[in-house]
Design a protein around this ligand. Structure first.
Ligand code: SAM
Ligand code: SF4
Length: 335
């Protein structure tokens, strides 16, 4: 067992990295079928194999007792899970420094206010296109106007932070980079551009063909705006920049072109209760037996999580040659 972790009751891996950030997937289901994330026809997990909302709450609580300061709920689309507000209320009461959610925005017109009241601090909202037709082409089932209304509802609810996420693909939405920047500037919210990652086999396209690097996206933006790199370092694959005449941050999330593993501070839990130690590797442990064999006692769960630190890999091995590196789809991993 990892001795540092055992002594301090914090999560420290064999490379001295402390885990302070957990992404919890609350569902693998979604009302969209984004081409880079899912196939057109999907088979989702049967109800009996997913964690209950109560179990997700227990996992969140144990992580917070182990020094985790930040929890992000994701999926699938977190807001399509029935009664999801129950677990959001619960986690909102844990007193985390940072409680966030990644969402496609479709349900925000209905939920934005309640999320804020429940104690959610920040929202990342995915938005790949501002053109209704292209939006439909990328999300297959999404409705652009619903998401735009969701963004406005979130702004109105007054979250501490709202950020847009756009996956940029050649031949799909690469021509909208500047429009998306203008949109973010007009709404005064941050925006990050994400490189497509080789997670799962998708039917729509060859990933190698659509891959658009952060450097290419940045070049498009600097044709209009001078960008200054922000000094504050984030422990993750994001780099942030600012523009001279706007308060918003522009982020670039580049799992390919920048190796961010050295300061990795995060783990993920799938909705089946699998604790994934690295986005780009299969190293994981199943938390379900610890939850289900000890319904009233979190100690075994806590010890299993501490012990898991011993198998957190040093780095991922993504490439962009079109090879599938990890067979899990993003909706299974929890983006
Ligand atoms: N449904 C929510 C959403 O779309 O925001 C949350 C889950 S989604 C899996 C989380 C993020 O992962 C989204 O911003 C999405 O664009 C991104 N994503 C999904 N598949 C991806 C892939 N293969 N490469 C890069 N980003 C991906
Ligand atoms: Fe759904 Fe998000 Fe995946 Fe799109 S990226 S299909 S919205 S889970």
């Amino acid at each position: 067992m990892n001795q540092v972790a055992q002594l301090t009751n914090t999560l420290v891996d064999n490379f001295g990295r402390q885990v302070t950030y957990v992404r919890l997937s609350v569902t693998d289901r979604c009302d969209f079928r984004c081409v880079y994330c899912m196939s057109e026809s999907m088979t989702f997990l049967p109800k009996e194999s997913i964690l209950s909302l109560e179990e997700i709450g227990r996992i969140a609580q144990v992580f917070s007792e182990l020094g985790v300061e930040k929890i992000r709920l994701t999926g699938g689309e977190p807001l399509v899970r029935r009664d999801v507000m129950q677990v959001i209320d619960y986690i909102g009461g844990l007193g985390l420094k940072d409680f966030a959610m990644t969402t496609n925005g479709s349900q925000l017109p209905r939920y934005a206010k309640d999320l804020k009241t429940a104690g959610l601090h920040r929202l990342n909202i995915s938005l790949d296109s501002l053109d209704a037709k292209k939006f439909k082409r990328i999300t297959r089932t999404g409705n652009l106007q619903q998401v735009l209304d969701g963004i406005d509802a979130a702004i109105q609810a007054g979250f501490k932070g709202i950020k847009l996420n756009a996956v940029i693909m050649k031949g799909r939405n690469e021509d909208e980079v500047l429009d998306l920047v203008e949109f973010a500037r007009s709404k005064k919210i941050d925006i990050s551009f994400i490189e497509e990652m080789p997670l799962g086999v998708v039917s729509d396209h060859e990933r190698g063909e659509t891959y658009c690097s952060s450097d290419e996206v940045r070049k498009i933006i600097t044709s209009r705006y001078a960008l200054t790199a922000n000094k504050a370092k984030t422990a993750g694959p994001s780099r942030y920049y600012s523009m001279p005449d706007s308060s918003i941050n522009l982020g670039f999330i580049s799992p390919h072109s920048h190796n961010f593993c050295g300061d990795c501070n995060r783990v993920r839990v799938t909705v089946e209760g699998r604790l994934l130690l690295c986005l780009g590797n299969e190293h994981s442990i199943d938390l379900r037996p610890y939850l289900r064999n000890h319904p009233q006692n979190n100690q075994p769960l806590k010890q299993a999580i501490i012990d898991s630190m011993a198998i957190k890999p040093e780095r991922h091995h993504f490439t962009n040659d079109g090879d599938v590196q990890v067979v899990r789809m993003m909706n299974m991993t929890g983006g």
